[in-house]
Structure formats: structure tokens, C-alpha cells
Design a protein around this ligand. Structure first.
Ligand code: SF4
Length: 217
């Protein structure tokens, strides 16, 4: 793929549904394509298709939505080389930039001004063997590590990983989510309290806004 173009699934403004930025207005730049196939993936529509655009057009469209916060997401944004200069340009334009990444893609080249929100894939995803552990060397206090949990076994894996990899020493932002409709959040809350685990339990706020019928609200 050429450095000057990106394949884009969609660019739109909404509220940020997850992370420590949850609830804030945010522009989402969703790239096409992912090299993983998590069992519970909720954006399979971004695996294929998309529109190839010059980087300058993606930048202009993201800035035109005027939110202080911009997130690169996917699919997996870091599969496309042009994402790195695009994020630099968004930072240069004064935006707070987030990138949601799978934990498999190499984060070494990401501009240090960008907040990396990096998954560590639990066994229930079916992609746990793809975690690129060397990425942890590039995770600092402004970054966030996210676990998406499908069941109790995933929770226990997360608990062990936090301890063995001393993740709290890298960042205070350890996020624990449940697979929507599969693991009741109240179960996760109970386990976290029982273990006094230093994680932030999060719900996917955008689903309560845009798909309330699925949430029982
Ligand atoms: S890494 Fe993200 S986009 Fe890719 S399959 Fe997993 S959940 Fe879906």
C-alpha cells in the first residue's frame, strides 16, 4: 500500500464509547482491513471493501468534523503505513489523537503524542497467540491496555497477565470490558471487587446510545 493513501471504511463523529475518554465527542477514522479474526469481533463489516483516499483528504475530512478528539480505529489501523504520518499531522493540528490497536500490530512507530489503546487478546478471542508482547515496551502512562473478556477463564488470564507482566507499573489505565451479550458486567464487577484488581471496568457506552434495545435499557 502506498504511503500517501489509505483505505477507509468510514469517517464520522460520535461520542467516544470506551477508554478513559468515554463520553467525549470524537471523530472516528475507521480503516478497512484486519489480520485477526476475534471470535466476538463487532466490526466485521470493516474487514473488506472501503474507499482508497489520499492522506490529505482523510486529514481534511477528519479536521472538518471539528472535535478536539480524533480516534483511528478499524479493522486494524496500523496495518496501513500512511496511518503513522496521518496521526502526526492530526497531532500537529492540535487534536488529541487516540489509536485503537489489536496488540498484534507493531506500535513502535506511533508518534509519542498519540494515546495508544492497545488490546491484549484473551484466550476466548481465539487470537491470544497473536499478542506481540514486545509492544509492552512502548506502553507508557498516557496509553491504555484493554482486555475484552468473554468468560471467567478470560478474567483469570487477565488477572495473571497483569501480575506477571507488572502492567500497573507501565500504565494506570488498565481497561476491562465484557463481550456484549455474553458475560454480564455485574459478574465482572463482582470479581474485580473480590480481587481488588486495579482495572477500570467499562461498558461500551455507544451501544447504550445507538442500540438500546440490545442492552435492555
Ligand atoms: S482485532 Fe479488532 S477488528 Fe480485528 S478481528 Fe479483532 S476485534 Fe475485530
Amino acid at each position: 500500500m502506498k504511503d500517501g493513501t489509505l483505505v477507509i471504511h468510514e469517517i464520522y463523529a460520535s461520542i467516544q464509547g470506551e477508554s478513559t475518554f468515554a463520553g467525549l465527542p470524537c471523530t472516528f477514522v475507521r480503516t478497512t482491513g484486519c489480520n485477526l479474526r476475534c471470535s466476538w469481533c463487532d466490526t466485521p463489516q470493516a474487514f473488506h471493501g472501503g474507499t482508497r483516499m489520499p492522506r490529505s483528504e482523510v486529514l481534511a475530512r477528519a479536521l472538518a468534523l471539528k472535535t478536539p478528539l480524533v480516534e483511528l480505529t478499524g479493522g486494524e489501523p496500523l496495518l496501513q503505513p500512511a496511518v503513522l504520518p496521518l496521526m502526526r499531522e492530526l497531532c500537529d493540528a492540535g487534536r488529541t489523537v487516540l489509536v485503537e490497536t489489536s496488540g498484534e500490530a507493531d506500535v513502535a512507530g506511533v508518534d509519542p503524542r498519540v494515546h495508544k489503546i492497545m488490546d491484549l487478546k484473551c484466550p476466548g478471542s481465539g487470537e491470544g497467540h497473536r499478542n506481540r508482547w514486545s509492544n509492552l515496551e512502548h506502553i507508557g502512562p498516557r496509553d491504555e491496555i484493554k482486555f475484552v473478556l468473554a468468560d471467567r477463564a478470560d478474567y483469570e488470564w487477565m488477572r495473571a497477565t497483569i501480575a506477571e507482566r507488572r502492567l500497573s507499573e507501565r500504565t494506570p489505565n488498565l481497561l476491562a470490558s465484557t463481550v456484549f451479550g455474553r458475560l454480564p458486567p455485574r459478574d465482572l464487577v463482582g470479581w474485580v471487587l473480590e480481587d481488588a484488581l486495579p482495572v477500570r471496568v467499562q461498558l461500551q457506552m455507544h451501544k447504550y446510545v445507538w442500540a438500546p434495545e440490545a442492552t435492555g435499557v
